[in-house]
Design a protein around this ligand. Structure first.
Ligand code: MGD
Ligand code: MGD
Ligand code: SF4
Ligand code: MO
Length: 681
């Protein structure tokens, strides 16, 4: 029997495509874009076009497993669900009795599921009163904190308003890889009416190659460029004084104390960009009527990442583009979708316990005391690959006295360290409610096929464990659709006004607020050039660019800086179970500029050793000039078995960003040399 089911793409991606799953005899045989969605417009990306291969992958885990070998060896025996769940509940109860609930840590992340599957695992641990996860610091907590301090906790501009823009700037985002529907919309406007596109990125990405102006900025210098542009806008009389006076706070101080330090010549020295290009960018921006900046997370993945995003997010305040449809800045939209999230995420439990930062898992598994973490539940996360200090993560996971459960569709590097592995259903196999984080859409996605093997969804596993742990909250007894109805109760704005009949019939629900210009939800209600909140945290109240002393010391010891970027056919590790995509992405590799390769006697195709104080890894080398000298690019994070040796996060530190306690992958310095001939490549 053949059918078509309208589903929603759950992968960690701003677009949230509506998709059609073609099902034959109960199996998904093809996934394609849904032609009836206004934004995602009938096409899926190159990864998700293969999601039939993901859901049917022969590498999926079929049954629950228990460890039968040493920790981390990946030796398991199949067990039944009852045995698995009973074992987990019994161990948790014993640990809680001896050490209290803080000895448990639920480490569940957003990846690749909708709101109820994502939320209910956290709800389970919230209700149990365990140690909590400060989630998302591996990803967007820095850019979110910088945005909140500057603009406030509200959604950004609507990417679909790019049809009204007269200039687009992709600033630290490789849109052709990570935001393909926004990119497609911008490119259509470029073809139709010559919409100019500027790309600011240390890598000449696919997006950069298609741009009208490409600025190969030095990593970590975006704040200087943004302040340099402001300097020129003021110099040339292009600042919108009326908007600055009515909608912003503290620009006078920036103008007096900060902008004089950023004349074009100095900005050129800091950023490595020619003065002429800085002038060109400022002139384009200052003369545009509706310039839209797509703020990218790329510029935040380093020590002063918050300052970078904040300075760039202030630019539309100088020109007043925040007031214009098609102008302003696109970042995250979720803050303007007010659902009753607590119904799922916080059904009961103490208001506060203690927290573990998502990116310090290794550190906290090894060093947390009173009580130490004795039980760990990981869902939809692969920290042994995707967390910085990956060696420490692996050491922590290898603790004999740690009881670890991993819930994942695949036997990941992390799952290999588990005591119990639970096979997870994926989004094609579950019902769920979805809300985009990079667009204004909400949609119900139906289950297209029964879970493969004995896989169960996050939602089902959270409910089963809640019942065994004696939790009485109603949410742990509801169907996914009834749980989604709880999310809608008390919801406000366009999401709250959604017609449940249309929603649960699978119609995409547009949840953009009527356009009234960018809202500001800072304490002053204005765009804050001067932030008292930041000052209270001991951070500069005004935007600025300063070198970081720790980075400067590292740079003296090691010649190359790490540039990290998304994989085109892999998103982190979630598609590594698809053989076709693994091959499309190729062997894990790094890129050096020809000058740096020549200086080391290296050539394309060589196996090379990347090393610093934290360790060494082995990758294949590509030599080309898509990056500047002094940089080594490593796209994606790949499981250990795929590379010659190791994975990139073994070289990255778990130091925090200036804002939001986020990850600083790119504050990593290293050296690249030949792979020792004595070791097999
Ligand atoms: N194909 C694909 N799509 C993805 C993902 C993926 O891995 N693969 N990941 C998903 C997830 S979880 C996320 S969070 C988003 C992230 O999507 P983005 O917001 O695009 O962020 P990044 O992927 O971190 O980096 C984007 C770009 O920033 C550049 N960059 C690095 N350092 C700097 C800098 O100092 N200044 C400037 N101006 N640019 C810099 C990099 O070269 C890279 O091209 O994408 C999502 N979509
Ligand atoms: N060096 C470096 N490291 C980085 C980054 C970087 O730029 N550079 N980027 C960071 C960013 S932006 C992010 S978001 C993180 C991502 O880090 P992670 O979230 O750890 O990585 P993913 O590979 O996206 O997904 C994790 C796991 O979820 C599983 N999964 C998929 N669907 C389901 C499901 O329905 N249920 C369950 N239980 N599991 C499921 C997948 O099989 C996969 O093993 O990585 C970060 N790490
Ligand atoms: S573009 Fe993003 S939302 Fe669309 S199919 Fe690909 S991963 Fe999913
Ligand atoms: Mo992310």
């Amino acid at each position: 029997m053949k059918s078509q089911v309208r589903v929603v793409c759950a992968h960690d991606c701003p677009d949230m495509c509506s998709l059609i799953a073609h099902v034959e005899d109960g199996q998904v045989v093809r996934v394609q874009g849904d032609p009836d969605h206004p934004y995602t417009a009938g096409f899926a990306c190159g990864k998700v076009n293969r999601d039939a291969d993901l859901v049917n992958s022969p590498e999926r885990i079929a049954t629950p497993l228990k460890r039968v070998g040493p920790k981390g060896a990946g030796q398991f025996a199949a067990i039944g669900w009852d045995e698995a769940l009973d074992t987990i509940a019994a161990r948790w109860k014993a640990i809680i009795a001896e050490s209290g609930p803080l000895a448990l840590l639920g480490y569940a992340y957003s990846a690749h599921q909708g709101l109820t599957n994502r939320g209910l695992v956290n709800g389970l641990f919230h209700a149990l009163g365990t140690t909590r996860l400060a989630a998302g610091t591996v990803c967007d907590s820095c850019c979110e904190a910088a945005w909140d301090a500057t603009v406030g906790p509200v959604g950004s501009a609507d990417p679909e308003d790019v049809v009204h823009s007269d200039l687009v700037i992709a600033w630290g985002a490789d849109l052709a890889a990570t935001n393909v529907h926004f990119w497609a919309l911008a490119e259509t406007q470029k073809k139709k009416r010559g919409l100019p596109i500027v790309v600011i990125d240390p890598r000449r990405t696919r997006s950069a190659k298609a741009a009208d102006l490409y600025l190969p900025i030095r990593i970590g210098t975006d704040a200087a460029l943004a302040l340099g542009v402001m300097h020129i806008l003021v110099r040339d009389g292009l600042a919108n004084r009326a908007y600055l006076a009515s909608h912003t706070l503290g620009f006078d101080k920036v103008e007096k104390d900060i902008l004089p330090n950023f004349p074009p010549q100095r900005v050129a020295e800091i950023t490595g960009l020619p003065v002429a290009d800085i002038e060109k960018l400022a002139a384009l921006y200052g003369k545009a009527k509706a310039a839209l900046i797509r703020l990218g997370e790329g510029m935040t993945r380093l020590t002063h990442g918050g300052q970078a995003l904040r300075a760039v997010a202030l630019l539309p305040g100088v020109t007043g583009h925040y007031a214009v449809r098609g102008g302003g800045a696109v970042l995250l939209t979720a803050a303007s979708c007010d659902l009753n999230y607590n119904a799922v995420r916080k059904p009961s439990g103490p208001a506060a316990t203690r927290s573990v930062n998502h990116l310090r898992l290794g550190e906290d598994l090894l060093n947390l005391k009173d009580p130490p973490i004795r039980a760990l539940f990981i869902a939809a996360n692969n920290p042994a690959v995707t967390c910085p200090e990956a060696h420490k993560v692996r050491q922590g996971l290898a603790r004999e006295d740690l009881f670890t459960v991993v819930h994942d569709p695949f036997m990941t590097d992390t799952a290999k360290y588990a005591d119990i592995v639970l096979p997870a259903a994926n989004y094609l196999e579950t019902d769920d409610l979805y809300r985009a984080y990079g667009a204004y859409w909400m949609q119900w996605g139906r289950q297209a096929a029964k879970p493969r093997g004995e896989a169960r969804s996050n939602f089902a596993v959270a409910q089963a464990l809640a019942q065994r742990m004696g939790l009485a909250d109603r949410i742990f007894t509801l169907s996914p659709q009834d749980a989604a109805r709880e999310l809608l109760k008390g919801a406000t704005g366009p999401a709250g006004a959604a017609d449940p009949d249309k929603l649960f019939a699978g119609e995409p629900i547009h949840i953009a607020h009527p356009f009234e210009g960018q809202k500001f939800a800072t304490p002053s209600g204005k765009l804050e050039f001067h932030s008292e909140q930041l000052a209270k945290q001991g951070l500069p109240a005004l935007p600025d660019w300063q070198p970081d002393p720790v980075e400067a010391a590292e740079a003296k010891r090691w010649p190359l800086r790490l540039l990290t970027a998304p994989g085109y056919f892999q998103a982190h590790t979630a598609f590594s179970g698809v053989d076709y995509l693994r091959r499309r992405e190729g062997k894990p590799f790094c890129v050096l500029h020809p000058a740096d390769a020549a200086a080391r006697g290296l050539k394309s195709g060589d196996t090379v050793r990347l090393h610093n104080d934290r360790g060494e890894i082995g990758l294949e080398l590509q030599v080309n000039d898509e990056i500047q000298p002094g940089v080594v690019l490593v796209p994606g994070q790949r499981p250990v078995g795929e590379a010659v040796a190791g994975t990139i996060n073994m070289l990255c530190s778990d130091r925090y960003t200036d804002m939001g306690e986020g990850a600083t992958y790119q504050s990593t310095w290293l050296e690249v040399g030949p792979w020792p001939a004595s070791r097999a490549a």
